[in-house]
Design a protein. Sequence first.
Length: 187
Amino acid sequence: MAPQIKVSKEKILDTAYNIVQRSGMEKLSASKLAKELNCSTQPIFWWYKNMNGVKEAVIEKASRLFENYLKREIKDINPYKAIGINYIKFAQNEKELFRLLYMGPRQIKENTISSDKNKPYILKVIQNEESLSEENAERVFEELWLFCHGIATMIATNTAVFDDDKISSMLTDIYKGIILRIKEERN
């Protein structure tokens, strides 16, 4: 009879996720995970082929959390601005997960800045909000994303601190400036 596995796959993932959330992916190892689970490494490798499998599951769970952050509505804030604020809030509240998802090497296509699976959703929000062409929505996305990513990165690395009002004001200024320039170019 095979031994009964007492540590569930979900418990392994939750514990690995908590380690990464607290300390970063570089601190996740089979021995550290087993120690926190109070077991040997055997259950980890029974459920997951190797630590890369555990890490992939952690990344997927972090990505789902990020997607939920991104789509949160903020009362009295237009949807696209809310996306920018939520992106920055994710960096503020989940520094290690932000670093994991957005501050490491990524596979992207040439002449693009993001291969994020949320990009189609964001482009649709921009197009609906401003009645822009796909090309202009892409332009707004790229320029504002670079700005938001800069703020978020500075926050995640403790390089800068901004309060909510300052973040909101800066995003409004940049967004209005980009939209104004696009409208002027149309005329």
